[in-house]
Structure formats: C-alpha cells, structure tokens
Design a protein around this ligand. Structure first.
Ligand code: NAP
Ligand code: GDP
Length: 328
C-alpha cells in the first residue's frame, strides 16, 4: 500500500485529493495546524466524510522542525505540498507573512524530504498567477513569468526551489502549474464562490447586492476534482517534469455572473455593484492555459464543462441555504 502525505489537506484541493488517493488504496496522512485538531468541526469540515480513514499530524508550514518531524515519522512515498496562504488580495495586505509561509514552507518541505525521506516523490502546487501579465496567450510551460502579487512571487520562488531540489539533489520533485479551479468547496472569498453564494442568497431573499471589483478579469476556470487527478498522475511518471493544468478556455467575471444569476432566473445587472476598493493594486487581466503536455504525457483532460461548473456551485449554495446539504 502506498503512503501519501498531504499538506493543506483541509483545503479545497486537499480534500478532493485525499478522497481520490483513498479510493486508489493509499494510506493518506495529512499535516494540519494544531488548531484544526482542537476545533475539528469547523476546520476539518471538508474532510468530515473521510475523517475516520485519515491520519492527521499537527504541524505548521512556518515551523521547519514540525514539518521535518512529520515527514520523518510518516516516511511517505508521495508528498503533495498544497498548504499555503492562497488568497491574492490578502497577499497584498500582508505580503511578509504570505512570502514567509509560502516560500519558507515550500523550502522546509523540500529540505525535510531531502534529509528524512529522499525516496519520496514531491508535488508542488504551483500556479498560473506566476504568469501574471503574460506576454503570450495561451500560457504554457515555457511562457515567461511576470507575477503581479506577493502570492505570485512566492509561487515563482516555490517553483524554482522545487526545480533546484530536483536538479541539485536528484529528488523526484515536480510542479503543477495549475490554472484556477473551483468547486462547491471553494473558499467564500474567491470570486466564483462569492458570486454563487450571493446569487443563491439573493434568490432566497437573504441579500440584495453583490459587491465586486474588476468584472473584466478573465480566468481559465476548471473543476478542482478534475485537477487532483493531474497531481497524482505527475508523480506516476518515469521522470519528474512540470506541467500546465488548464481547460484551455477563458471567461470573464462578468460572464460568470451572467451564468450564475441566469441559472436562478435573475439578471446579474440588477444586483452586482462594483466597488473601487475591491480592485487590486496590480491586476492579472487574462489567464488561459495550454495543457498540451499534460494531455499528451499524463493522458489528462478536464471533464467538467464551464457552464456545468457554475450551475453546480449555485445549486450547491441554494441547497446549503435550504438546509438540504451539509457544508461540503
Ligand atoms: P485552500 O482551500 O485555501 O487551502 C489552503 C490549505 O493550506 C489549507 O488546508 C490551510 O490550512 C493550509 N495552510 C495555510 N497556511 C498554513 C500553515 N501555515 N501551516 C499549515 N497549513 C497551512 O487552497 P486550495 O484552493 O485547496 O489550493 C491548494 C494549493 O494549490 C495552494 O497551494 C494554492 O496556492 C494552489 N493553487 C490553487 C489554485 C486554485 O485555483 N484553487 C490554483 C493554482 C494553485 P487551514 O485549514 O488550517 O487554513
Ligand atoms: P485569483 O485568480 O487567484 O486571484 O482568484 P480570485 O477568485 O480571487 O479572483 C479572480 C479574478 O476576479 C481576479 O482578477 C479579481 O480581480 C476578480 N474579482 C473581481 N471582483 C472580485 C471580488 O470581489 N473578489 C475576488 N476575490 N476577486 C474579484
């Protein structure tokens, strides 16, 4: 039985990945912050259905010793490093702590594997935010990085650290350059979930307005459950490589609003108000990925179409309000 260790297991991707690996017969371990073990009902809610099958270890990405001890104790065959401060606007507000957690955290993980479990294969959750204002469309593995936020800068550093541990110490370490991926488990502050939650609340008469920032921003939005398959596939290759994971389609925030509100019979223009304070100091205007390498070498392709993704998120948020579903 293969043993996997996931950092960020309590998050959107971590929860889908844990389910996927359990289904494949893995023994799944997670590194979680100590508070999650103290206050599990809230902080472990995405894991509720699979909790009895997981082995959780407390540790923080800010503390090298705790990361080292967990890696040494678990001796994983595969480590998926997903833990990070993930919200771009917060990375402007508190750049220092974002850089510290995201860069040092990645470095601690790589060094812990090098010292305590060098046989272990490592996946690093890299991001399309590294491309920022890219000088080519679509973006592929060879596109120049031009990050536009402390979050993006930290991902560039993590990407290069991962590559350097691969080249210098022969670790099997690779990065998935993942474009945005969403689901009913997405955090409420991200634009997709903010829109679907508000569309549902407005439909049920619980709210009237949805404040948003830049409606022209365009993203290549996929479904998170599809993306965790690619993470796993990368670690099953004969040689480690970095891969873009994307749908190859891009849509604007405005288009997302149209579909989400339209799905519940509302006109988004009656409810969306734009607020200058929700614009970012430096914006990433358009992202669209070319996942040819992942398609050809990993046999990966996304299954969920964009419209279905939006509608399933709205349906889920309606069901949450109506008390028909537990929080995912
Ligand atoms: P998420 O839902 O925000 O989850 C982030 C995870 O990181 C949570 O489990 C969180 O734990 C953990 N974490 C944060 N700070 C930590 C710390 N100091 N010590 C230990 N754990 C810590 O993010 P996601 O959407 O699943 O994304 C997973 C990874 O993929 C992230 O690295 C993200 O940057 C990257 N990525 C995501 C996307 C996307 O569209 N979703 C795209 C590209 C790349 P708590 O529950 O304790 O807060
Ligand atoms: P990101 O691509 O990781 O930054 O994911 P987000 O979901 O946070 O943002 C996607 C895009 O939506 C960005 O270009 C934002 O500027 C834009 N956006 C517009 N209004 C909002 C808003 O109210 N909240 C968030 N989070 N993003 C918004």
């Amino acid at each position: 039985m293969k043993r996997a260790l996931i950092t960020g297991i309590t998050g959107q991707d971590g929860s889908y990945l844990a389910e996927y690996l359990l289904d494949l017969g893995y023994e799944v371990h997670g590194l979680v912050r100590h508070v999650a073990l103290q206050d599990g009902r809230d902080r472990l809610q995405r894991l509720t259905p699979i909790l009895p099958r997981l082995r959780l270890h407390s540790g923080s990405l800010e503390n090298a010793a705790s990361v080292f001890h967990v890696v040494q104790r678990v001796q994983p065959d595969e480590l998926y490093h997903l833990g990070a401060q993930t919200f771009v606007p917060y990375s402007f507000e508190d750049a220092f702590s974002t850089l510290q957690t995201n860069i040092n955290g990645t470095h601690f993980v790589l060094e812990a594997v090098k010292q305590a479990a060098p046989h272990c294969r490592i996946y690093f959750a890299s991001s399309s935010e590294m491309f920022g204002n890219a000088d080519e469309q679509p973006q592929r593995e060879t596109t120049r990085f031009h990050p536009r936020s402390p979050y993006g800068i930290a991902k560039v550093a993590g990407f290069h650290l991962t590559r350097n541990y691969r080249e210098a110490y022969q670790l099997f370490a690779c990065s998935g350059i993942m474009f945005n991926h969403e689901s009913p488990r997405r955090g409420f502050e991200f634009v997709t979930r903010k829109i679907t939650q508000h569309a549902a609340r407005i439909k049920r008469g619980l709210a009237k307005e949805l404040p948003l920032g830049n409606l022209d921003a365009q993203r290549d939005w996929g479904f998170a459950r599809d993306y965790v398959r690619a993470m796993h596939a990368m670690l099953q290759q004969s040689t480690p490589q970095d891969y873009v994971v994307a749908t190859g389609e891009t849509h604007s925030v405005r288009e997302f609003c149209e579909l989400a509100f339209g799905h519940v019979g509302l006109n988004w223009k009656d409810h969306v108000v734009t607020k200058p304070e929700l614009h970012r100091p430096a914006e990433v205007f358009t992202l669209i990925g070319d996942a040819t390498r992942a398609r050809q070498e990993l046999g990966w392709s996304p299954l969920m179409p964009f419209r279905e993704l939006v509608e399933s998120m709205v349906d889920h948020d309606l069901a949450l309000i109506d008390g028909l579903k537990p929080t995912p």
